[in-house]
Write a protein that binds this ligand. Sequence first.
Ligand code: NAP
Length: 271
Amino acid sequence: MIQSERIRVLVTGATGRVGREVLAAVIRESDMELVGAVDPQGAGTGVGALLPNSSADMVVSADLWQTIAATRPHVMVDFTTPAVVVDNIRIAIEAGVCPVVGTTGIPETRIDEIRQLADDKKVGVLIAPNFAIGAVLMMEFAVKAAQYLPDVEIIELHHERKLDAPSGTALLTARKIVEAREAAAVGDDEPGSPESDQAVARGENYRGIRIHSVRLPGFVAHQEVIFGGLGQILTIRHDSTDRRSFMPGILLAIRKVRSLTGLVIGLEYIL
Ligand code: NAP
């Protein structure tokens, strides 16, 4: 019975900032077994050398397809880059491996493609732009506030090496706010200040919601959702100060993804 075995986990982006934390987190869990680590960066490196105090003797591989064939994982955890993540997901689904994906910057059109493939192959897939429980709560509180305070802007702040902007969390927050407004029939015909062609420093416009992206050394992953009303400001802020903040959500996703039907987007649906 697959559910009573230890969950066999393969990590892609294994030598990256988040990937290393995932390796360590999976190794610590008694119901999981780390069976593969894939990353062209650092291929050939021993996993033990990446993790302090670990005696893991597995070697990082450059080839996902070969590693899947050799290790037969149940779940692939992907923290790579926008350029490769969809190919990795395709390879995993084709092989019957359930992807848990944290990589952000996947274009909307590719999401439809993943959904179709997951349905066709009957493989559970979880994509979450943010695996920190605090970030999920931030989005929920923002949805609540948007029903009463329609004027809102988002500031997201990340480390200087983040490839995509705006962040996946900011885009998902904005989408949820727009959907909440529509459901509550709250209008936002006059968002914020009047705009003109000269308004060049007003950030990304996601369906009427302005998103501002800061990229600086020192940040990990942070976001403010700022609501403005007559004589009042409401700020909802979340800070991930350490990448370990993502691990409980990722471990939960590893445990639940095989019971999902098709593609699910957002950690909130498995909490
Ligand atoms: P990172 O340090 O750059 O790590 C990504 C790693 O993936 C790099 O080592 C990269 O190698 C490697 N890679 C590139 N192509 C690959 C392939 N085909 N197969 C396997 N590995 C490959 O980035 P990070 O900070 O860990 O972030 C990774 C992603 O997770 C980003 O999209 C980020 O926005 C996202 N993220 C999500 C959450 C969440 O909660 N959902 C939290 C934090 C970060 P190269 O350096 O050679 O390209």
